[in-house]
Design a protein around this ligand. Structure first.
Ligand SMILES: NC(=O)c1ccc[n+]([C@@H]2O[C@H](COP(=O)([O-])OP(=O)(O)OC[C@H]3O[C@@H](n4cnc5c(N)ncnc54)[C@H](OP(=O)(O)O)[C@@H]3O)[C@@H](O)[C@H]2O)c1
Length: 213
């Protein structure tokens, strides 16, 4: 799969690196320095390369949106027309100092994003775990018991694309339903962040749902 990364920070850089290791063709874009993007592409190896947001989106089977909420409009403007694209977003609708959700209860960041790019097929995924855990989950991908990762969206085909990426990096995808479920997954992430960053265990934290019948 070809994956365009819009936002190559903590989330985008790590996820892009792992997608590349899992065999995908990755284009890193949107950082404050082009050198950083080139460095990431070199480190990722394979067919990874650095590009502009427009180049990352062009021909991509999936685009990962991984920027701060305040940067969403800017990166979308730089990416150009995303009509028909699968846009997988891990971006949380946070205020500037990352203390509060600025969209909640009656809507979600994912739904607001979908309104901004009405032609795109938005899936919310990857945002419910801290970036610090991704490499460890990938390393442990051959274990029988994988951690869960919830995702949601309104388009079946784009959800299948997201589920494949989720599986490729070592999680068990858990379909939470339509995009409006992001109203629940985004606040859930606040709990995960509290456990990851404000308790003693550290941020290498994932979760797993189990059913008992
Ligand atoms: N970090 C986590 O563990 C985590 C977990 C769950 C959800 N999320 C969500 O995921 C999204 C991304 O988070 P993150 O932690 O990866 O953010 P981040 O580390 O700040 O990365 C954002 C990217 O945007 C780039 N950027 C910022 N301002 C820019 C500008 N003016 N021009 C060009 N590029 C610019 C940054 O460039 P530089 O690389 O040069 O800084 C960076 O590559 C956020 O919405 C966050 O809420 C994060």
């Amino acid at each position: 799969m070809r994956v365009g990364i819009l936002g190559s920070g903590l989330m985008g850089a790590k996820l892009g690196m792992i997608f590349a290791r899992a065999g995908h063709e990755v284009v890193f874009s949107y950082a404050r320095s082009e050198d950083k993007l080139k460095r990431l592409a070199r480190k990722a190896g394979g067919k990874a390369r650095a590009g502009t947001p427009r180049e990352a989106a062009q021909g991509a089977d999936a685009v990962l949106l991984a920027v701060h909420w305040l940067r969403v409009d800017d990166v979308l403007a730089q990416a150009g027309d995303l009509s028909g694209k699968v846009v997988v977003s891990c971006s949380m609708p946070m205020n500037e100092d990352n203390t509060e959700l600025v969209v909640a209860h009656t809507s979600s960041g994912a739904e607001e994003l979908a309104k901004r790019i009405p032609g795109a097929r938005v899936v919310a995924a990857f945002g419910t775990v801290p970036s610090e855990v991704f490499f460890a989950v990938y390393e442990a991908r051959r274990r029988a018991r994988r951690p869960s990762l919830v995702y949601c969206g309104d388009d079946r085909k784009s959800k299948n694309v997201a589920a494949k990426l989720i599986r490729d990096i070592g999680f068990e995808p858990v379909d939470a339903g339509p995009l409006r479920m992001a109203r629940h997954t985004e606040p859930f992430t606040m709990l995960i962040a509290q456990l990851a960053y404000e308790t003693k265990g550290g941020p290498e934290l994932a979760y797993r749902f189990e059913r008992y019948r």
